[in-house]
Design a protein around this ligand. Sequence first.
Ligand code: GCB
Length: 574
Amino acid sequence: MLKPRPTATREQVRLDGLWRFSAGDAFDAGTTLEAAVPASYNDLFTDPAIRDHVGWVWYQRAVRVPRGWDRDRILVRVEAATHEGRVYVGDTLAGSHVGGYTPFDVDVTDLVRAGGEFTLTIGVNNQLTGTTIPPGTITVDQAGRKRQQYQHDFYNYAGLHRSVWLHSVPSLHVTDVTVVTALDGTVTYDVATSEPAAVAVAILDASGTVVATGADGVATIEDPTLWRPGAGYLYTLRASIDGHDVYEQPFGVRTVAVRGLEFLINGEPFRFTGFGKHEDTAVRGKGHDDAYLVHDFQLLDWIGANSFRTSHYPYAEEVMDFADRHGIVVIDETAAVGLNLAVVSGLTGAPPRPTFSPETFGDETRAAHAQAITELIARDKNHPSVVMWSLTNEPASNEDGAREYFEPLVELARDLDPTRPLTYSAVMFATAANDRIADLFDVLSINRYYGWYVATGDLATAEQYLEADLRGWLQRFGKPIMMSEYGADTQAGLHSVWDTPWTEEYQSAFLAMHHRVFDRIEGFVGEHVWNFADFQTSHGIHRVDGNKKGVFTRDRRPKAAAHELRRRWSKATP
Ligand code: GCB
């Protein structure tokens, strides 16, 4: 799944902007609505019937094919159609894809003409079912309206969330590149082509100077500059099929490994500081925005964070490229969130039905999950910023069937990428005593809310629970452990001199308590606060216009806790 890049043999046209839009089973030619791409469509319009629509919506625009493309393959690249996309050229269905956060290409060569214009229509379906990733349930209410329910705590934004491109590749072309590096500068690569062809490989440094050439899948960079956390040095692998194609793949020279209780980057112990994030902003929803991208990374730098997790789905490729260039470390997560029926039962932890069964999440769900893993690794395998795959968030790993469900998925991920450690984030119902899958993974990532959902407002009790819990995991599994979520909802501007939940003081005290515990635990490799910023969720009595566990507000203003974290992480003087 090579990212389209302009080279001497490849061109691209970005199709972002305003597209005609309608909701319903087919495109309504009489529509007067226009929608922005990229953006979620939900918050663009004032009509609740669009915001709450369950099913297909349609985007349409005219596209002109550049004149010079008559000997090339012509493709439409959709970076994200959340959760299912169908691409039409005129009235012809040219291709489709299921999975809302990974890109797909549709070859339209035989349907369009260089220099000509065509009507491009993209249908997008937001429905989540028992066999999609993430899963959900659709019900029909008494008025006959379809309603979407799901087990995850972020709004089911939908639409064309990322850029759409028209791009060209030569008919004989590079189809895939895989790069694996070692600290001594050995670069092992694999270049796949559309038909058997000789491929020449050169390695360029950041200034564009050729520093190595490849032979038999290996190139050696003398005295390489390493990609390091905080210093994202990139090389480029240039793959050429003489007279046909050139593709340029950026990569970094770095290694990752788990050794005993340590997480190693370039052989040195690394401790994660940062956040679980979301792609979420006002009006735009989950639409990618370069201004927020730059600003969010500025805030990560300001606060002293060295990393984040792409909770709870793969993020836009611009985000991954930016992390590569700026040396921010990423835990890259699939969209497998909500494989847990217990979360609908409040804090009892008792699922109304078993989570893993042929009637609930069975073989078909697992096949969709396998596809999500495959596409994530295919897209992101060459990003040096990505140091670990997170295969799922808060599954019912304590229930019967969890091991049978996950074992083949772990094997698949290891097959697809033997170079990166694997993790998943454990839900509070899954304890050191009853979890059934942690031994299959390399790093223990624990989500806990002591002092919030449990021992609310009682940080002294919360501190004891937290420490005992983390030590239990360490003792049973003996693997590096990190906290992948801890946080307290906080209404910006609410203050108190007491330990009062929802105040800025409470959020700060809550984090400080966690940090005392982390600092007492040997083998503790990271702290990711939940969440970087406030974000939108579905309605619920425990949500006030969304989840307020952000350290920044939804418009990225710091709450008091941001200063607390900055003192800890950047050792900045206040
Ligand atoms: C969790 C989930 C996250 C929620 C968070 C919360 O455990 O992983 O998606 O937003 O708790 O705030 O409840």
